[in-house]
Design a protein around this ligand. Structure first.
Ligand code: UDP
Length: 364
């Protein structure tokens, strides 16, 4: 008999650490590794842009979903009507414990987070403290309640100094900001939870999430800081112009190059990763494999909307690397994932349909 690697670490095998591990067995864990079986999934941040899209796709796949969100950035109206909703904050460990005890999910997807690179350079404690503490509350509660599957929203901001472009999952980690660092710390915690408790996780390092699932489910932040929605707000007449943050980067047109991945492609990656977790923990980069400059995004949005979208050049934004393009080779090979919406024009068309129908967002 081979001894699982997490049982080989005798120094961790104390009564305190072993207890949640046995709890998992006492619960009679079912093997839900095959694609056809459904799961109960606990989704933090399920009222946010990416979270709400993944929730809607999980429900479409037949899974049942419990959303846990404090609605600080999320929108109640974005939550699929078939999902159960808990208004709660990850700062509050007792509320998480009660929710996990009541629902006993098969897996957790953790989206709830502060997510802005620029903001994290101004408010490092918000990221290095709150992001990390909230995730640890959730992970600790998950371990104690026998939940063994966990998907983390991680980030391309782990790769501030890549040796190669496109960036592989094996690239050296150099967080580009306190935001990136907070995700890296959480990834490391997950690594140890796996080694000690057999807690299976996938860290999905997103590049630039964009697009809309359909015309009633899309991106709406307040304040908005992301390029594509800002550009489309100019086209809607809600802003006068777009400012390009720097045009002196070492890129073909001097503006930053990013890999824009459709939110539905992110969703399918989450669902595949969740179902693969029983075969082991994993880390993937997720992008569409192509880079587009800020100027190219604006030009494409002009074509899609028919609006001139005035643009000016401003100073660089702190924390922004020149180019970020993902290699998603690993998830393609291991899980057969493929981006279905890699075309920038189609991404912007789908985002535009949402913005035109909901110019003021969810209007709660
Ligand atoms: N950007 C810009 N003007 C804006 C907002 C963003 O030039 O008003 C640039 C930003 O510097 C980056 C790219 O657009 O190079 C994508 O930024 P976004 O904030 O959408 O995503 P991030 O790359 O920070 O995840």
């Amino acid at each position: 008999m081979t001894i699982p690697h997490y049982l080989q670490n005798f120094e961790h095998f104390t009564p305190k650490t072993v207890q949640p591990f046995f709890f998992v067995f006492l619960r009679g864990e079912t093997n839900l590794s095959t694609k056809g079986e459904t799961m109960k999934v606990f989704v933090t941040g399920g009222a946010g842009y990416i979270g709400s899209t993944v929730v809607s796709e999980l429900i479409r796949a037949g899974d049942s979903v419990v959303v846990f969100d404090n609605l600080q950035q999320g929108h109640r109206a974005a939550v699929h009507p078939k999902a159960e909703f808990i208004l709660g904050d990850l700062k509050d460990r007792a509320v998480i414990d009660a929710a996990l005890a009541a629902h006993q999910p098969d897996g957790i997807m953790h989206f709830a987070s502060n997510t802005l690179v620029g903001e994290s350079m101004d408010k490092p404690f918000l990221y290095l403290s709150d992001n990390v503490r909230n995730a640890l509350n959730l992970i600790e509660s998950a371990v104690e309640h026998g939940v063994r599957r966990f998907i983390l929203s991680s980030t391309a901001n782990l790769f501030d100094d890549p040796a190669e472009m496109p960036i592989k999952a094996s690239e050296r980690i150099v967080p580009g900001s306190p935001y990136g660092e907070s995700k890296f710390i959480i990834e490391r915690f997950l690594y140890w939870m796996d080694r000690i408790y057999g807690f299976r996780y996938a860290a999905l390092r997103y590049f630039n999430a964009c697009g809309a699932a359909h015309e009633d489910l899309g991106e709406m932040h307040d304040p908005e800081t992301h390029l594509i929605p800002l550009v489309l707000q100019v086209a809607l007449g809600q802003r006068e112009k777009i400012t390009m943050f720097g045009d002196d980067y070492p890129t073909p047109d001097g503006t930053c190059v990013r890999d824009y991945i459709h939110v539905l492609d992110l969703a399918s990656a989450h669902i595949l990763a969740l179902r693969a977790l029983d075969q082991g923990s994993r880390t993937y980069n997720l992008g569409n494999g192509q880079g587009f400059s800020v100027q190219e995004v604006i030009e494409t949005a002009r074509k899609v909307t028919g609006h001139p979208i005035p643009a000016v050049v401003g100073p660089r934004r702190p924390g922004d690397p020149a180019t970020l393009i993902a290699s998603s080779e690993k998830i393609m090979e291991e899980l057969g994932w493929e981006p279905r919406y890699p075309d920038l024009r189609q991404i912007i068309e789908m985002a535009w349909a949402w913005h035109v129908k909901h110019p003021n967002g969810y209007e709660e």
